[in-house]
Design a protein around this ligand. Structure first.
Ligand SMILES: C[S@@+](CC[C@H](N)C(=O)[O-])C[C@H]1O[C@@H](n2cnc3c(N)ncnc32)[C@H](O)[C@@H]1O
Length: 191
């Protein structure tokens, strides 16, 4: 197996651990009672976390509907699998979700909001209208300052931030001679 494959497995395991450790137990119990569990990944890229989500919902995969949206057709092509519902589209436009309805869980991994500020202000504004009543939004960042910026934005948009954590076991990779930690900081919020 290539090192890259090992890194992907490590990322998937780490993301599974975050879901398992930090999503409230009653959230999972309540979702298991539903006929359908709808999860959206925004800016999903290759949607590497899809495996972690299927693992987390082991035993009720048949109820699970996993949606992903990203502007990059190359990345969506890499994500393509029969069990995913994917769309190449701008996540900041409400109409791009119109046929999908509301979600129980919305995942936003690495919005890199300090670079993509304007678009993510729009995206988080739109997402606040896409959560089910008991729905949660689950956001991870590489850096603490990104996490703080997202938290500030969520509060301005009237989300209730219910969890804030540091992932001590976050996988790392080298990018542009810098070390980048994956899913290092986590925020959980509702509306
Ligand atoms: C930093 S990457 C994160 C990718 C993936 N979530 C991850 O953590 O590996 C940001 C992603 O957001 C996507 N993106 C940027 N602006 C977007 C928009 N307006 N609508 C949908 N996706 C967008 C990019 O194409 C890219 O895949």
């Amino acid at each position: 197996m290539e090192t890259d494959d090992n890194l992907v497995l490590e990322i998937q395991k780490s993301f599974f651990d975050l879901l398992n450790k930090y999503l409230p137990v009653n959230f999972l119990t309540n979702l298991k009672q539903k006929n359908e569990i709808k999860i959206l990944s925004v800016g999903c890229g290759r949607f590497r976390e899809a495996k972690s989500i299927f693992d987390y919902f082991k035993g009720c995969e048949d109820k699970l509907k996993l949606y992903g949206i990203d502007t990059s057709s190359e990345l969506i092509d890499l994500a393509k699998k029969d069990d995913l519902i994917l769309k190449v589209a701008d996540a900041s436009l409400k109409e791009n979700y119109s046929e999908w309805g509301l979600f129980d869980l919305i995942i936003v991994r690495h919005p890199e909001i300090t670079f993509n500020t304007d678009v993510f202000i729009k995206i988080f504004t739109v997402l606040s209208g896409l959560l089910e009543k008991e729905g949660l939004i689950f956001i991870t960042t590489h850096f603490e300052n990104e996490k703080e910026s997202v938290k500030l934005l969520l509060k301005l948009l009237k989300y209730n931030v219910s969890g804030e954590y540091e992932n001590k076991n976050s996988p790392s990779l080298s990018k542009d001679e810098k070390v980048l930690f994956v899913d290092k900081f986590l925020l959980i919020a509702s509306i």
